[in-house]
Write a protein that binds this ligand. Sequence first.
Ligand code: OAD
Length: 240
Amino acid sequence: MDTARGWIRTCRSLCVLTGAGVSAESGVPTFRGPQGLWKEKDPMSLATPEAFAEDPKEVWEWYQWRRQRIRGCAPNPGHAALAAVEAAKPDFLLVTQNVDGLHRAAGSRRVAEIHGSIWVVRCTGCGAEREERDDFPELPPRCDGCGGLRRPGVVWFGEMLPREESDAAMEMLSRCEVLIVAGTSAVVAPASGYAALARRHGARVIEVNPDETPVSGICDATIRGKSGDVLPALCYPRSS
Ligand code: OAD
């Protein structure tokens, strides 16, 4: 822990990759594990273009349920620690797979949401996109402009990542001195390959996760614990 804290404190260029585990202590269910199940369905079978084409109402019911859960959640000390360390670094990027918006709510500004946002809704007909936080009275929602089916502004399995966010992440991973990988099971591509990529470019990689993951073996430091406890200890100077 002390060594990893030293790497973070002294580096100029810091990248952080987060996954659902970082929001777990805020009450947002992770994807893998019993908490992620909705009506006993595996989220992985719902977060696909095929599932949406087959039954848009059911996919929307799942998203409405997630939106309702997340609406009542606040950032936790892990989110706050990442917002604080950003302020101290001239070169910083927080790459998140999370769609809940909690990093921005905590004050993070240099954020690449590579899986989109659950608060953004996009028309599959005309492409109109806007942020909407309220529940929809009828599911699936329809576009006011063209009447087309609207979908959540998130990335589903088999879809491309948003170009700008993905490019920003790749550039940062190739130049950062330190990468923190927190709260991700590291099984979903392309983020599952980010630790190896950063390491190939010479970064020190620090994992924060209560459990072992497929990338644990290539990390320079692995800190087993909850991100709400570990990230404040890692990212704040010892004296604070
Ligand atoms: P997962 O649900 O796959 O993994 C969550 C990880 O967080 C696991 O490794 C847990 O051990 C860890 N964890 C649990 N509680 C934690 C805590 N308090 N602190 C730190 N870590 C904790 O979530 P992701 O890796 O984010 O994609 O999943 C990746 C993608 O798969 C998601 O973005 C989503 C999903 O399908 C799409 O929807 C496209």
